[in-house]
Design a protein around this ligand. Structure first.
Ligand SMILES: [Zn+2]
Length: 88
C-alpha cells in the first residue's frame, strides 16, 4: 500500500467515524447543550471541507451522493437519485 493509499484509507476511516457520530443531548444542562452545539458546528465544518482538504493533500477525492455513488461537486445528488426524485 502506497503512502497516498494509506492516507486515503486513514482519512476515509476518520470521515466515516465523524459522519456517523450522533450525540444524544438528553439529561444535559443548557451549558452542556451549548458545548454540544459547538461540537456539531465544528464537525459539520470538518465534513464540509473534507473533499477539498483531501484534494489539497494530493488525493483524488470525489464528492459522494448520500447513496454512495460519485456525484458532481456542485449538485446535491447523483444522476440516478435525481432521476428517481424527478419521477416521483
Ligand atoms: Zn445517489
Amino acid at each position: 500500500m502506497s503512502e497516498l493509499q494509506k492516507l486515503a484509507k486513514d482519512r476515509a476511516y476518520f470521515k466515516w467515524r465523524l459522519s456517523g457520530q450522533v450525540l444524544p443531548i438528553q439529561g444535559l444542562r443548557s451549558s452542556e447543550i451549548e458545548l454540544v452545539n459547538q461540537i456539531e458546528k465544528l464537525r459539520k465544518q470538518l465534513i464540509d471541507g473534507f473533499i477539498t482538504n483531501s484534494r489539497v493533500l494530493g488525493l483524488k477525492a470525489k464528492s459522494r451522493c448520500f447513496c454512495g455513488r460519485a456525484k458532481e461537486d456542485h449538485i446535491d445528488k447523483c444522476k440516478r437519485c435525481r432521476e428517481a426524485c424527478d419521477s416521483m
